[in-house]
Design a protein around this ligand. Structure first.
Ligand code: CP
Length: 308
């Protein structure tokens, strides 16, 4: 589905994305960063990218726009709230309409799992479709920028202990991160969360912990996730206070991990819900590096898809 004539044409999921492609994308992103600054590379002059976001976003939308601009492409941010989708136009007709404007890239975020794949099927090879998050399905560009952030810290993926903690059940980020970490050979991958918000061990083939204290013991990397209330259709938790007590990354909980454990969060963060606020400011908290890397990683993805 992502490939056309053996070339990466759409970017929809990290599931079954070969390890060499994942590594090449990270290397490409690193080449776009010089002394911490993401450089311009006018590789997409004359191309047009449309950001089509049916769900709210700060990081993903803005960094796709910056990535496209640094590559020299024109960018249109379609305001979905003022688009003809509000008049009842279907997703299929909306994207066919945009493709008829001879756009080259369509970056889509949608609340339904599978929406990006559906759009790629509708558009075929005319337009490159990039998944910027589809419901609880996947968020492949986020997971790749997270891997880049870890790589920059000099980690050895196969020897890394990684814990993903929070609302795993509703998290597209977690799904994509699990695929990426497994592809990179991470053997000790743990999912931590309340019983109502973690899948059972058979789903991803990882260890699952409902005890934060057991799950965080001796890990090298802690990836936090927010509670995704927008995808919860009932009461998954007794209260935010009990969630903080049992599943937040507090100073005490952090002490269970290895010294200098790295802390990631895809954002947006809810301080004093999933993370004790001051920990987000510590030297090992990489959230703002993740944001900057989002520009370079998305440049790497767009310039790789340029091949069509
Ligand atoms: N991580 C992430 O997708 O953030 P935004 O919702 O701000 O794009």
């Amino acid at each position: 589905m992502q490939y056309c004539n053996s070339r990466l044409h759409h970017f929809l999921t990290l599931e079954r994305l070969p390890r060499n492609v994942l590594l090449e994308l990270m290397d490409t992103a690193e080449r776009y960063i010089n002394n911490g600054k993401v450089e311009k590379r006018p590789l997409l002059e004359g191309k047009t990218l449309v950001n089509l976001f049916f769900e709210a976003s700060t990081r993903t939308r803005a960094t796709f726009e910056m990535a496209a601009q640094k590559l020299g492409a024109n960018v249109i941010n379609l305001d979905v709230a003022r688009s003809s989708a509000q008049k009842g136009e279907s997703l299929s007709d909306t994207v066919k309409t945009l493709a008829a404007m001879q756009i080259d890239y369509l970056v889509i975020r949608h609340g339904t799992s599978g929406a990006a794949k559906f759009v790629a099927q509708v558009l075929g090879n005319k337009t490159a479709v990039v998944n910027a998050g589809d419901g609880p399905g996947s968020h492949p560009t986020q997971a790749l920028l997270d891997m880049l952030t870890l790589k920059q810290q000099g980690v050895d993926f196969p020897n890394l202990s990684v814990a993903i903690m929070g609302d795993i059940l509703h998290s597209r980020v977690a799904r994509s991160q699990i695929h990426a970490l497994q592809t990179l050979g991470v053997a000790d991958l743990r999912l931590i969360g309340p019983p109502t918000l973690v899948p059972d061990e058979s789903v991803f083939g990882t260890r699952v912990f409902t005890s934060r204290e057991e799950g965080l013991k001796d890990v090298d990397v802690i990836i936090l996730l927010r509670l995704q209330h927008e995808r919860m259709d009932g009461a998954f938790l007794p209260s935010l206070e009990t969630y903080y007590r049992d599943y937040a990354l507090t100073e005490q909980a952090l002490n269970l991990a290895n010294e200098n454990a790295l802390i990631l969060h895809p954002g947006p963060m809810n301080r004093d819900v999933e993370i004790q606020s001051h920990i987000a400011e510590s030297a090992n908290a990489l959230m703002l590096k993740q944001v900057t890397n989002g520009i370079a990683m998305r440049m790497a993805i767009l310039s790789t898809l340029k091949a069509f």
